[in-house]
Design a protein around this ligand. Sequence first.
Ligand code: MLT
Length: 410
Amino acid sequence: MIKVNDNFCKLPGSYLFSEVARKVKAYAEANPTAKIIKMGIGDVTRPLCQAAIAAMTEAVKDQASAETFHGYGPETGYDFLRQAIVAGDYGKRGVKVELDEIFVNDGAKSDTGNIGDILSPDCKVAVTDPVYPVYVDTNVMAGRAGELKGNGCWSNVIYLPCTVDNDFVPSLPKETPDVIYLCYPNNPTGTTLTRDQLKVWVDYARENGALILFDSAYEAYITDEDVPHSIYEIPGAKEVAIEFRSYSKTAGFTGVRCGYTVVPMALQGVNSKGEKVSLNALWRRRQTTKFNGSSYIAQRGAAALYTSRGREEIAETVAYYMDNARMLREAMLSLGLKAVGGVNAPYVWVKTPDGLSSWEFFDLLLHKCSIVGTPGVGFGPSGEGYFRFSAFSSHEATEEASNRLARFIK
Ligand code: MLT
């Protein structure tokens, strides 16, 4: 019989959002008339913007004729998109990023999961807790996480609790990690780090030879001036950080699939012979071997987001979801629940009432209110007793959910 990768066998039965989907499916089958409001997985509901639709329609037409047909594209992305990224996401904020530092992909999830391919299996990883489960699960798969302990922590992972006690700002670890995952604006808590708070991490990484994997998939939702959109706004970050970006939550590309990763030229690691190695070169080697690029059509759609029409349309969509976030946050607070997030992020992180566990609250909301959220403990041990609501529904559904919750909790 074929021998399997034992690390996969260490993982809990199913991925968080698959478990939520399984429970929701069972409830829907047993209650076919229930009007279920889904605020669980952060999947968007607004249609693609017209700028992207028009560009993708043209791209499909290109594929209809031999003269304009595009087959395999450059594995790291077409120049037309990478140029738009360099100017539109970085240049406008005074950050210098080179074309060759950009790797276009099929969404941030793939690259945040795959980046570990170029890191030593011995690297010690630190994650904020709660955390987007992909970071931990993919390190389990790679054999870096150790064993799952009774308290829900992996023995070889450094957890950086983010709770009400530290205002959801992680403290520097006591034990020095090699790799630090930071996601800001944060999924799942919706909280942020200011420029000064992020600088603490960049300085720490520089002093300790650590690598920061910075997921800024939600940067478009930032409203506060002192919250950086990119880690490269912090001096010295290009020597210690890789940044992941996504068009999923901004432009509704969860189904289209396109995003990108920035791996700076200045970023260096060391191999087992003690030689310095460029992480950009290693990632390029990895991507050109294992990835054939995001589709031409998706990349044309992404490039259109940088036009003035694209920008305006995205801003409208983001404002729409942020209206929901405000509505949700206000609803929770008016019910006397403790809630954070929803100001610079499309997630509201709520303390469950009456000391209910995250999954108890999930089951109650599903069965009594037909509302789906995500149990906080699914994001890590420090998420126990918390619950995440996503603001990606329609206004009507968000309002209806707020009313149902008010009736239920009162
Ligand atoms: C989430 O709900 O945390 C995200 O939608 C998951 C993802 O982006 O993969």
